[in-house]
Design a protein around this ligand. Sequence first.
Ligand code: 5GP
Ligand code: MN
Length: 340
Amino acid sequence: MRTSAILPFIEQLKSAAYILIVTHKNPDGDAIGSSLGLSALLKEHGIKTCVVVEDSLPHFLMFLPQLEDVVVFNQFPSKVQEEMNKASCIICTDFGQMDRCGMIEPLIRQSKAPRLLIDHHPDPDQTAFDAMYHDVKASSTSELVSLFASEFFPETKLTKEMATCLYTGLVTDTGCFRFGLRTQTFLVASQLFQLGIDVEQIITSVFDSHSEQRLKLTGFTLLNKLVHLPEYRTAYISLSEEEMKPFDPRKGDTEGLVNYTLSIEHVRFGVFFNQKPDGTIRISFRSKGTFQTNDIARRFFQGGGHRNASGGVFSGTIEEAIQYFLSILPQYQEQLISLP
Ligand code: 5GP
Ligand code: MN
């Protein structure tokens, strides 16, 4: 845990009139869950807050309580600027590089408000923050927000709504308690559970609230677009805009698709190439064990992330992205083959 300059910041935070919470673009369950949980905590302490994010939330997060705290930059840019002007502190959640918050980055950089980072991604940009509550060993930023609450706001009452948001972050980032776990993860989960959350409702809302079309898109992808390279213990899938169109995809409909690659026996590295409406190729990397996908994302695809879950981008066609990837893969063959 790196908690640089945190104590003086907490004093400032507690006496702040208005705090802005910013999370990363293309927000996931942990980004929104941790931000809303933190927002609820600060409000319970008597501080006004607002959560800002570049683009809209996937539909499966729309069940979360306190969604009215969120302002989406793409929909209300001037409102985000207004909120930014009011903020006496900014808390950045679930990202360590400023470009991850997209078009909100310049607004944050212009603001004079001091910045705190709460995050679990490797190698945060230390120059971008005045204080950090950071731990790569944490399963999720939501886990860190729970620990932050116990450590610095022990007198503040935690509510069921707060716990619902934080538990959502925990289950989404850990794939329902499958990866990135440590003892504190379960301690935090049990504390949140004690607050009376409805776990079944959370799981149903996040994982079982999809459209029929999404399930068929998954079927189409696995049947037609899965490539298994046993000699590299790698499997990849790809989806172009054209291929997705008949399934009328909604935002978030390809979320989790990449994980199927790792369900093949012996596969340790899984990749998903996905063409976005603007034509760019988004790439998701997943691995099992010590194989560092974030190293590949950083070196070759202008991205980054965690060891076992990272992402990046490619400019060109999907075929070119795949060819480029295949040209890189041999350098990693020895490492992949020798993984347990
Ligand atoms: P996903 O594949 O679900 O989009 O992303 C998996 C993880 O990779 C995210 O939680 C995030 O930590 C990281 N990630 C994805 N895209 C990027 C990117 O472009 N830059 C960086 N630094 N991290 C990314
Ligand atoms: Mn996270």
